[in-house]
Write a protein that binds this ligand. Structure first.
Ligand SMILES: [Zn+2]
Length: 263
């Protein structure tokens, strides 16, 4: 397979976990069969995959300008039992800078899926940067989804980026592979990063919590009724990867996952 990223980036040398906000989520939304009345304050996560040359941004949290604008916040982000929680400043920009990374060296941004807690980082991406998402996700986004589906299409459509559409598993660059984990949304993807000493799979929302993987239980939220089987296959795929020696699977929103507790 020819990598999507044509410029030479070498191989991944470092993975930088980023926590860019928090959100109250009922357990039943993260884990099928979970308690609808038990709320977890879940981290909103992103990551930087640092290559020999340049780096790749994975997701990016909320669009801070919209979250901090009262009208936009009311329109896009406020629900009966949901509100975005963001720390002061700009956790994504600061996390990138603290990792010693320059936004000008960004080779690619990848979006696991278009829920509003994943697409907001594109506001920081330099003009013309390629942004990879699954074609199925793009088509779902373009089908008229919005508030009801917790999608802010403008996060993607108004960004000055070059959208690259993927069809299933795709080698993005040597050591970085997109994995088709559809189900949570129609074109959800996870990412495998092959580092020098281990491989890390960022499950994103195909497995919010460690429990999804250990109990092989799918996410509770499926955007399109009927996709529950896909979501179950996705979590089983990730759980099987977690059983492989040298492979870590990081759940996307687990408040107790060590990588998301670093500050
Ligand atoms: Zn999601």
């Amino acid at each position: 397979m020819v990598p999507v990223l044509h410029e030479p980036v070498g191989r991944p040398v470092r993975l930088v976990p980023l926590v860019v906000g928090w959100e109250p989520i009922p357990e039943s939304m993260s884990v099928h069969g979970g308690d609808a009345a038990r709320f977890l304050l879940e981290p909103v996560t992103a990551a930087a995959v640092v290559f020999d040359h340049g780096w790749v941004l994975v997701d990016g949290g909320f669009h801070l300008d919209r979250v901090r604008d009262p009208d936009a916040r009311a329109t896009h982000y406020q629900y009966e039992s949901y509100t975005p929680v963001v720390p002061p400043g700009d956790a994504l920009a600061e996390g990138i800078a603290d990792a010693g990374l320059d936004r000008g060296d960004l080779a690619l941004a990848v979006v696991s899926h278009v829920h509003l807690d994943h697409t907001g980082g594109l506001r920081l991406v330099p003009p013309g940067t390629p942004v990879a998402l699954q074609r199925r996700e793009w088509e779902w986004m373009r089908s008229g989804v919005g508030r009801r589906e917790t999608v802010v299409p403008a996060d993607v459509l108004d960004a000055d980026v070059e959208v690259v559409l993927l069809d299933g598993d795709t080698v993005l660059a040597p050591g970085l592979t997109a994995l088709d984990t559809r189900g949570h949304t129609p074109g959800h993807q996870s990412f495998r990063i092959d580092l020098p000493d281990r491989s890390v799979v960022l499950a994103c929302d195909a497995a919010d919590l460690r429990r999804n993987l250990t109990e092989r239980r799918r996410c509770g939220w499926v955007a399109v009724p009927g996709d529950e089987g896909d979501a179950q296959r996705a979590v089983e795929r990730l759980a099987a990867l977690a059983d492989e020696p040298g492979v870590e699977v990081w759940p996307g929103h687990d408040p107790d996952w060590p990588a998301w507790s670093l500050r």
